[in-house]
Design a binder for this molecule. Sequence first.
Ligand SMILES: [Zn+2]
Length: 347
Amino acid sequence: MRAVVVRAHGDVDRLVFEERPVPEPGPHQVLVRVAAAALNHLDIWVRRGIPGHPFPLPLVPGSDFAGVVERVGDGVQGLRPGDRVAGNPGHSCGACEACLSGRDPFCRDYGILGEDRDGACADYVAVGAANLNSVPPGMSLTEAAAVPLVFLTAWSMVVRRARVRPGETVLVLAAGSGVGHAAVQIARLWGARVLATVGGAAKAERARALGADEVIDHTRDDVLERVKGLTGRRGVDVVVEHVGAATWETSLRCLARGGRLVTCGATSGYEASTDLRLVFFKGLSILGSTMGAKGDLHEIWRHVAAGRLRPVVDRVYPLDAIREAHRHLEAREHFGKVVLDMGGRSS
Ligand SMILES: [Zn+2]
């Protein structure tokens, strides 16, 4: 089968194609013929490398995928060849206290497909049956591949960690990003008033179409002043942060007294300074979040099937053009998800 492999970190030319044997599904595993794989910022980290974080190279990248069940291993129930499925990228032991209490990202064996083991930028991938969800009828596999990682991450942030309630005001940073566009929809679903930041007028229009009540163009507006203006100078109850160094201080200042900041990433850099006076005088909570519980994806897929949550596919590239797809994602011109099509099987 074709597989994209990262043998050494670096620029997009480090994404090389190799012939690999089709993986064998072990007990409780399922072999999936991949139809589409969605890119995440994680794919860029895997390719570029992160100082001090060893990746097990050579590695097939790709965390998010959707496809068709090809074959099931021993002990798999409820899935048959031909079923349309999407993967949950988070793997864990399934038996420890963290796993059994719905906190599987805290499992000592937790890992992400395409980060600690070979991923989905290939014709086939074998994963645990517990890591697959059915794709709703009528939804393309291209769209389905765009759901798992970002919707699970955003759900965990908005619902589990920040516990957004109806009537609260939520500021979502970078609503055009994968996590951002999911967080806007989830915060709306939970009854919040949503303020969203974007870069540029075209993205502002798209953020409104997603359901953002107010959109702030950070290339033109002062985000803090606009948030104050839109909240009667009170600030927001929750900030959904994933940008990091470039926005951190402003995000803290945008919070109302007693507000919560929830963060899942730092695409602009992870060294930010915090004025601790804000934290104690305003009674702020700073909440970390990474990925999410396997069980939550079942709830997320029900909302997707009902049309209450919907991934936005920005652009689809053939797998052969994976280097261009990485460049497009890095240029931050996208709105929503960038997806790789494996060739003619994605409808
Ligand atoms: Zn575990």
